[in-house]
Design a protein around this ligand. Sequence first.
Ligand code: C2E
Ligand code: CA
Ligand code: CA
Length: 623
Amino acid sequence: MLSNINFYNFMHRQILVLIALFISTATSYILIGIAYSSYIIEPLWYLFVLMLSYWGYKLYREYSDYILTLQEKEIWLKKLRYFIFSYFSSWTIMFVIYVMRDNIELHYLAIFTQLGVSVVATTILVSEKKLAIFILASSMLPVTIYLLFIGKLYAYVIAILTIVLAWVLLYGARNTYAYLQRNKFEAYHDYLTKLGNRRYFVELLKDAIKKQRNSGEFMFLLLIDLDHFKTINDTLGHDIGDKLLREVAYRMKTLAKLNHSNISRLGGDEFCLLSDTYKDKVSCLKRAQSFAQELLDSVKQTYIIDAQHLYISASIGVSIIDNPKITATTLIKEADIAMYEAKSKGRDGVILFSNELSIRVERKLEIERLLRFAIQKGEITLNYQPQVNLKDEIIGCEALVRWNNEQLKNVGPDEFIPIAEQSGIIIELGKYILEESFKTLSEWDKKGINLEQFSINISMRQMFCNTFVDDAKELCNRYLSPALSSKLIFEMTETSAAEDVSKLIEIMNKIKSCGVRFSMDDFGTGYSSLSYLRQIPIYELKIDKSFISELDNPNKEINMVKIILNIAKNLGLKVVAEGVETKTQQDFLIDEKCDILQGFYFSKPLSKDKFEEFFLKSKISSS
Ligand code: C2E
Ligand code: CA
Ligand code: CA
């Protein structure tokens, strides 16, 4: 049925051409009737042609590309075929009537018209092969029979010529038809997997939406994107990549077929599936999730390609066709949003689209868009949170980035830093933060605000950027003396650190040559092993605030803070307790000889000016 996509429109346009052609030639038959004093047959026949034209016109009006589903279009096409057949047959009636008359001129006229009809039928009906053959036979055959009945040599020759003409017409029509078919196949299919392509899928989806409008039934859409397919392409070559894609497509197609669904390849390693219909939304939703899981399981089975065992997973986004107002593009976009969510949740999973998800994604995109101009517009500032020793003296600070945007107001670093990392903005942002904090450190030094250490958060993405080492060194040289550089502590988080340890160590050592030290942030929440801790050249651990807040709960059996302090002591590392909010916590940490404390109990992160005030005030009160 889908193979007729677009041919419906084509046939629809032909109706008016046919009607115009027939009415004009039929009118000339009326004149001929008058010329030959035949006043009944021609007008009667003309009336018949008019009635047929009216039928055709009704069919023309009945058709609408926007409302009719493919099924309805197929029914419409059937009616149209009857109409066309009747129309062409009406000429054969006229032919028989005319050749039975005595005037030989009328015979010529009838033969000519019949030949004309045949040519028109084969050219106009290229997309309707069977109908064209049928009409060609029924209009040509009477001419040939007529000629044979004349019984003279010239007539036999012309009879043979009519057959040759019919054959030529057929041959031409068949070639055009095959060409059209091939063209259409190529326009709607993907050459590699032979599945439908994006264009095909969009047509299919538009039709599904119309169906939803008419029947109120539900369908779902799965957007399947292979995980890390690019790596396979890059490491094993495009040949293997192509073979893998074909295999994946084959598996999904098999499953789709079993479930009366349709799968297409939207491009690259992205596929889209449209389901069967469901009477109620709940069962549709349920099936969507179970089907997506089945599909995922099937894709994840091992592949053997060119004697290599390959494994691939996929991220699947689900959206539901539950309202007729939605457009095909929106539906694909929804599934796309859900699919991206699956990717960001660690891939190899299924996520259902929801409005909350959409709002979250919109916000993320908005943040990313506005963040690109944040530095230029001077929206990025730094706050500094004091760090104190066990005697309550301020010995250091941590620089924490702030972003105040006109439209979004204050966005927390917890929200925008991950976005900056994903989008790569962190490279520019991180460099800006380094520069601003170096300036502050140097300024404070001149003002007599002497700190033992000055901590700056460094994102892993930033650290692994190949210009990082040079940039950091260059900035150190520009703003800081070696003595000041050696006050710097770069805080890194352990979660993301695990990737390429030897590369990480290499980078850290290069940075260390400027005197910079390293701190492991949020310690205890990530995955680092003890051997990893011993391997990398760090100076300090920061106990995550979640463990510090547990100190207020005396019933806790395992005291993580004690354990971490022990580890640090054994490895010879300094310890900062972060997120200290109460006196109880402070007392405990003093008892356990934690080196440095940081938290709201002492001070919230402060602007540069406020920090200066805070520092000077505490100095006065302690002296
Ligand atoms: P983090 O490095 O763990 O920073 C400590 C966070 O805890 C800060 O949140 C700080 O305001 C907050 N905090 C400090 N004391 C307390 C306390 O007593 N109680 C509570 N509940 N919270 C406390 P902030 O400034 O929102 O930063 C959040 C995260 O954003 C940081 O966590 C860090 O991972 C990231 N971040 C902040 N600034 C930067 C930066 O300049 N560069 C990079 N790459 N990341 C940054
Ligand atoms: Ca930190
Ligand atoms: Ca932290």
